[in-house]
Structure formats: C-alpha cells, structure tokens
Design a protein around this ligand. Structure first.
Ligand SMILES: [Zn+2]
Length: 509
C-alpha cells in the first residue's frame, strides 16, 4: 500500500470523475469561477441554483447572485430544466463548459443535481473544503458531458439495528452518497441489537432497561443503544430528498425481532426461550395481535418514509418456536399451510397486502422466496449461491443485488478488496433481456454486528463505495479497473477534504 499521490489534479489530463460519465468530450481552455460569476436559472431550476450556490460558498467564500436566465450573456453558470431531452432519461444531464459559460441542462431536478455533482468534481479538490481557501483559484476545464445512470437503484445500506449511529453521522453519510450519485439509502433500522425508531404507544421499544432485564441481566454486549424520534427520522428523510436520495426503511420481521419481543412479549410465541438463543426469536405468526402490532408500527413508518418500497427483512427466521407454538400450529391448520416455510410465506403475504393497500411495495431479503413469494414483492438478493436473483427475475419479480461476496462492507478489505468490489456485475449471467430488466440495480451493505465506531464505518465504506458507484452508474463497457484507480487517486483528494483518508491500492491495475 502507498499513500495517495499529493497535489492537485492536472486539468489537462483525463477528468478524474467518479463515477465515470457516459460520454466526455474535451474542449480547449477553462471557465474560471470568480467572485463575479453569477448563476442563471429558469424558474424550474431556481432551487437547483440555490443548492449550487450553497455547495460553492464554504470553500470559495463567494456568494454568487442568482439571476433569471433570459437575456443572460457573459460569465454565467446556467441551469436549465428541459423536459424535451428524452435520451437523458429521468436522472440524466448534459454539462457544457466553455470559457465564457457553463450550461447544465436536464429534464428533471435530479438530473440537474447530478450535473452539479459532476461540476463540483471538475473544480479543484479544495472546493470540498468546509472552510474558505485563501487565494484559491477555481478553473473548470472545458468539456461537454452527456451522462445518465445505468441503474435506477444505486444504494448503500446502513445498519442501525445492531448498533446505533447518531443523526449527524447519518446526514454526513447522505452527503457522501450524493457526491457519488447514489440515490437509495436503505436504512436498516431494526435488528437483533436495537429497535431505535420511536413508535408512539410503544415506548418500551427503545427502553434499554427492559432489554437488559431479559438479556442475561444486562444489555447485549457492545450494542450502543439509542433512539431516533419521529421528528429526527423526518429530518433524515427531508435531508436525503433534497439530495435526491430515497430512504428505504427496513423494519425487521418475522425474525431479527428480539428487542421488540423482549419489550412486548405478548407478540412472541408462548414457548420458553433458552438464554443462549437470543438471536432465534420470531414474532408469533399465528397470533392476530402480532399482525395488529406490526400494522401499527408500519403505519407510523409509512407516515415518516414516503418511499415506494418498504423493506421488511424476512431473513434468517429460524422458525424453531413456530414448530412448538400451539398458536402458530393452529394457524397453519386453519390456513392449510403444510410447513413453517409456508407459514412465513403467509405472514409475508399478509404484510404485503397491508403495504399494497397503502400504495406501497414490499421488498425483502431473498428468504422471502422460500415457501412461495408474495405476489408483488421485490427481492434483495444477498445469497449468490441460491441463484435467488435469477429465480426471482424469472418469476417476474424486481430484484436488487446485494451480494455477500462483493457488496458486504462489514467484511474487511483483506476479504473484499477494492478490485473485487469493482469487478461486480449486477446482472447475473444467463438472464434474457426481459429478466435482466428486472434487476433494478445494486447496493453495498454496511452491517454493524461487530460494533464499529462511526469513524470505522467510514473507513470500511470508502473507497469501496466509490467502486460501487461506478458499478451502478457507469456503462458496463466503460468500466476499467486501472482507469478507475487512476481517477481515484485524484478523487481521494476530494474525500480527504471531506475528512476521509485512505491508502491507495499498490498497483493501478
Ligand atoms: Zn407462535
């Protein structure tokens, strides 16, 4: 390993953009951002111009005026929304930089936002400084860029259900995602460690004392307990939406539910637990009270999270207690369910029907395929060996790739190095074009079972998330690991300005 190359990127070389755009044509000369530069916007783009001014202000100290687009000549950065650009798709943009003007044009605000992210990366890396840079010059090389993403789902997953993270950290996580044109933060809110989201009428969900009483007399070792109020969750959603990132919340059921069941044992199977099997609890799938509780929890979650997809987990449900539970067994008999896999499928179908009735779609880990998948469910494929992505796509279900082997960032770099992440191809081999169109995209997972600090989380996520951003954004044919590593050495300076340092890989391919 060697330290990243010092010094500013040379504007005459290949622009060091991450992720790599669809098309870049180089021009001659530079546009120079100065105190006099104004931002020109049509009415539909004014919000984007305000946002751009906000991105430029901290490092440059400039306070660019925002003026109407009409009749503007001379040194401007112009932002234009043009719905008549179907080739760019719903998230694409064009960015034209000439010595006298910069034009960002896109059919949507999301497209303008991505054009702005690219523009920021074309400025010297110090543009990402939180403090004014003394004597800074701000050239932007002349280029013409046409760009749009390969996939509609470009995500990272953050796990607050094994270990709590604070809201300011999550907001920073979102800022870093925006820089890389990610558009989904899968917020894995609840799991074996904690249930940190405030649910009205169920205050014990976040009560560490309650958890402690039942878990061997003390809180589960290493778990940092915490709580997100509903107001905080709303703030996270709003902050992400401004950056065109959808928060997909995950509330785990029927397994990975120990904290909720310790707090409210009436939703547990009436079967004794052995102390060592604290990770093998599941909601009683035979009890109507369970469905009432979960619908109440989900109702409150739907009020907070406008996302079309709602993740319900569905993974690693042991079903041991269901086998011994008279309530579950009675339900299976009444509903003609042959085994506990079918009971899980029944459970997921009921939750799906509830979500569909509220205009939302269920997504779950690929175990929801077992025992029969719910009719409209989307699948998050994590187990490559189960061929779950192909099975789900073949049956007409949408799929998000989240494969353990390439996309689990809780694994150290020694296990999942940058090059391996970069090599990931989201569309599994052997799918026909119709099935391939079911692959919505991919995401990397940051699990916190091992209780990393917030700083350690960032070190695990970067720079591997840079590789994922290119996997999900850039055309497959343009991907090239040595080119990526070359660009990454300039990109590292941007991340350093943002407080993230990492060692570059030894060889550029
Ligand atoms: Zn039961």
């Amino acid at each position: 390993m060697k330290k990243r190359i010092q010094g500013l990127s040379d504007a005459s070389k290949e622009p060091a953009l991450v992720p790599m755009p669809v098309s870049v044509k180089r021009g001659k000369g530079c546009f120079v951002l100065t105190q006099e530069t104004v931002l020109a916007a049509d009415e539909a783009s004014e919000r984007s111009a305000v946002q751009l001014a906000g991105f430029l202000r901290p490092a440059t100290g400039f306070n660019p005026a925002i003026v109407p687009l009409a009749g503007r000549d001379g040194k401007v950065i112009a932002l234009v929304q043009d719905k008549d650009m179907p080739d760019l798709g719903p998230e694409g943009y064009s960015l034209d930089i000439e010595p006298d003007r910069v034009f960002i044009t896109a059919p949507t605000q999301a497209g303008l936002f991505y054009g702005i992210q690219t523009l920021l990366q074309l400025l010297p890396a110090r543009i990402f400084s939180a403090k004014p840079v003394n004597g800074g010059e701000w050239p932007i090389p002349c280029l013409a860029i046409r760009d749009w993403p390969r996939f509609a789902w470009r995500g990272l997953m953050l796990d607050t259900g094994h270990d709590f993270q604070h809201v300011p950290f999550i907001l920073r996580f979102i800022d870093l995602m925006a820089l890389h044109k990610f558009n989904v933060l899968h917020w894995h809110i609840t799991d074996l460690g904690t249930f940190p989201l405030e649910i009205r009428n169920y205050p014990k969900l976040q009560d560490p004392a309650t958890l402690g009483t039942r878990m061997r007399g003390e809180p589960k070792r290493g778990v940092k307990p915490g709580r997100y109020t509903q107001a905080e969750a709303r703030e996270v959603v709003r902050y992400a939406a401004e950056r065109h990132i959808t928060i997909v919340p995950e509330i785990d059921m029927p397994g990975h539910s120990t904290p909720a069941l310790i707090a409210y044992p009436q939703f547990d199977c009436p079967v004794p637990h052995k102390t060592w099997e604290w990770d093998r609890w599941e909601y009683c799938a035979g009890s109507e009270a369970t469905y009432g509780f979960l619908q109440e929890v989900l109702s409150q979650a739907l009020d907070l999270f406008p996302s079309r997809f709602i993740h319900i987990g569905g993974d690693e449900c042991p079903k041991d207690h269901w086998k011994k539970c008279p309530v579950c067994q009675a339900k299976m008999k009444a509903e003609n369910l042959r085994n506990e896999d079918e009971l899980q499928s029944y459970f997921v179908r009921r939750i799906e029907a509830f979500l569909n009735s509220r205009g939302r779609r269920l997504i779950g880990w690929d175990e929801i395929l077992e025992g029969g998948i719910a009719p409209n469910a989307a699948v998050m494929a994590w187990r490559a060996d189960k061929q779950s992505a192909a099975i789900a796509a073949n049956a007409g279900h949408d799929v998000v790739m989240a494969t353990t082997r390439h996309l689990y960032f809780d694994y150290p770099e020694t296990v999942t190095p940058l090059e391996k992440v970069y090599s990931f191809e989201p569309v599994p081999p052997g799918l026909n074009p119709g099935q391939a169109s079911r692959i919505l995209g991919a995401q990397a997972q940051m699990w916190t079972d091992n209780h990393p600090t917030e700083k350690e989380i960032e070190r695990l996520v970067y720079p591997r998330a840079c590789a994922v951003s290119e996997v999900v954004w850039s055309p497959a044919g343009l991907r090239n690991y040595s080119g990526f590593v070359r660009r990454l050495s300039a990109h590292a300076q941007r991340l350093a300005e943002l407080g993230i340092d990492f060692d570059m890989p030894e060889e550029a391919g």
